[in-house]
Write a protein of this length. Structure first.
Length: 187
């Protein structure tokens, strides 16, 4: 996966407007649904990972409460790929005046893990075993939104790997990361 090329100011503004419109539509749909929380086994029983993620996007199953805390949300889900969109607030800053590395890591971990989730058959789950994050540019309040774009590289019976990039609407790369997830049977 290669980093997008930086866009002109007009193209970046058009991209940001599209992102905000997509976010507003998803928030409106989710506001009619289950809200934040932990899905019950009954809500997910018999669903593949992709079907579970799609149910969360529609509001049929609760979405992860961490998204509210960290101010990000999934905006796109497909087989083997997930996009999360977020906006850091002052609550996510370090004392030096930039976004804390934990915010980068949490957003990337969500995109990475959920991309793996989309590849799992019904009855299987996963947990992050390894997370590697490389922050290549600081985030501040001048960046209105970023997207973590996660893609599965490999998904086997016991192990899955994925990669993700954190980019701004102008195509600027802020961070990238990889994960290794353990895949197992749910009990």
């Amino acid at each position: 996966m290669s980093a997008p090329s930086p866009l002109s100011a007009a193209a970046a503004q058009a991209t940001l407007e599209r992102w905000l419109a997509e976010e507003a539509a998803i928030l409106a749909q989710r506001s009619q649904g289950a809200g934040a929380g932990v899905a019950s086994p009954e809500q997910l029983r018999g669903k593949t990972g992709l079907e579970a993620m799609q149910a969360m996007m529609r509001g049929d199953a609760p979405f992860a409460p961490i998204g509210k805390t960290m101010n990000f949300m999934p905006v796109h889900v497909e087989d083997g790929a997930v996009i999360f969109q977020g906006e850091p607030t002052l609550d996510h800053f370090n004392p030096l005046g930039s976004v804390h590395g934990g915010w980068f890591a949490t957003l990337l971990d969500s995109a990475l893990g959920c991309s793996v989730h989309t590849k799992l058959p019904a009855g299987r789950s996963y947990t992050t075993a390894e997370l590697s994050v490389n922050i290549v540019r600081a985030l501040n309040l001048k960046v209105p939104r970023v997207r973590a774009i996660g893609r599965v590289l490999h998904c086997g019976r016991q192990l899955a790997t994925a990669e993700a990039q954190l980019v701004g609407p102008d195509g600027t790369l802020y961070a990238h990361g990889t994960t290794t997830c353990l895949v197992f049977e749910m009990k």
